[in-house]
Ligand binder design. Sequence first.
Ligand SMILES: *[C@@H]1O[C@H](CO)[C@@H](O)[C@H](O)[C@H]1NC(C)=O
Ligand SMILES: *[C@@H]1O[C@H](CO)[C@@H](O)[C@H](O)[C@H]1NC(C)=O
Length: 454
Amino acid sequence: EREHVVDHNLFKCRTSSRNISEPSHGQLGGEGKICPRRHSRSGPSGLVSPNCLESTESGHVFVDCQERRLSFIPTANTWSNKPKHLLLARNRIKVLPDGAFLGYENLDSLDLQQNQISLVEDGAFQGLTKLTTLLLQHNRLQTLSEEALIPMPNLGYLRLYDNPWNCLCPMDSLVRTLQVPSNRNLGNHARCAKPIWLKNMKLKHIDPELLCKEPDPANNQQSDETGYTGVLEPSSIQSKPDATTVCFTYHYPQIRMDCSNRGLTEVPSGIPDNVVHIDLSHNSISHLKARDFHAAKSLRTLNLSNNNMEHLDKGSLTGLLHLQELDLSNNNLTFVQHGVLEDLYFLLHLKLEGNLWVCDYSIQYMVYWLSLHPGVSPSGLVCYSPLEYAGDSVEEYVKAYNRECPKQQSRPDQDQTDPELWNTLMEAQAELEEEELEPSALRVPQKYQIIRLS
Ligand SMILES: *[C@@H]1O[C@H](CO)[C@@H](O)[C@H](O)[C@H]1NC(C)=O
Ligand SMILES: *[C@@H]1O[C@H](CO)[C@@H](O)[C@H](O)[C@H]1NC(C)=O
């Protein structure tokens, strides 16, 4: 109840301040400081500008007001340049009143995710004619009229999921708009929370006819089990969680997905190809499967720490050509299968501590791969078992292992470690392993041409 009253006041104050074009005071105010006018003593300029970060990247003006406890949209004249990207994620905004973005006519993207928005007035987005991306996921919206979208003819990307949509008649025009085939990136993943007979159905797939139709009680009774199953999406069909709905996505400064602590037992599907950082730490993933990251071509940081990882399938990291940081710490890995790391050309940091590395022959691939990638700084590669090597560096273990073998074979009198010998051995071993793995067609000797580029 109380919240509701506050909401209403917020809206009133906001509206009146706009009408008399008063600058935006007190936007940082908490619950007690609602009306801008109460703060008009704040000097002739009157601006209490929220402590946001204004920056320019490749000619685009960004205003980053994420996590600033804002309960209002700052007015456009707060900024020295007209922003192209406005980031308001993780604030305390509850209402988007009519005209909330007047003066923001240059906006290309608007991020309002993770607020407490429960009301969007029909005229809220007035003037945003250039807007292409609008993020409203993780809010408290129950309904939204299609009217609200009309001022944004260029909108191509709209996120509405994780809002408690009440799929009744007022949603009819919005749902029909989302379902127009050319609007394929509007409202994906959003699902009804109410009414009960439409719960969990996607706005994209719902039959709009059902929105304005009360369920017929007679019909309902007679076909209790079959009545609506024709339209319900059984949740069991969705075997794999979808990254976009399960994780939080941040768009600034680079696209980052936070999927930590979600109780995941596998890598979610649908990781978008433009994600640069992904955090999957503190889940219960025991196994990476081939193609888990096949679409994530832009990935530079992958955090898989604190899972139950026991095995990385060959092919599970393929395609990650730009990965720079891989955190595998605090898992149950005992070795890394040959070939798993092959695509990681640009890896710089590899965190391996807190695993169960077994110092036997199977660990050699890891060490060999590291010897060929001197740019990688690994940490935590320490033998866990067998007991006699526990606590030793794996690299030292492998060197000692290779030092002992040749002695027994053909050079009984050589007792010094020979680095060249070490290299030769590792190369020979690698060739052997490649023979086993590469299809013969790939083994045809390659012809190289040396081209002078100076
Ligand atoms: C991965 O996540 C853990 C736990 O959240 C964190 O401590 C660690 O620093 C992260 N690793 C990287 C490389 O960012
Ligand atoms: C992982 O290893 C720890 C011991 O380090 C063990 O307690 C745990 O049960 C293992 N988890 C799995 C899934 O095997």
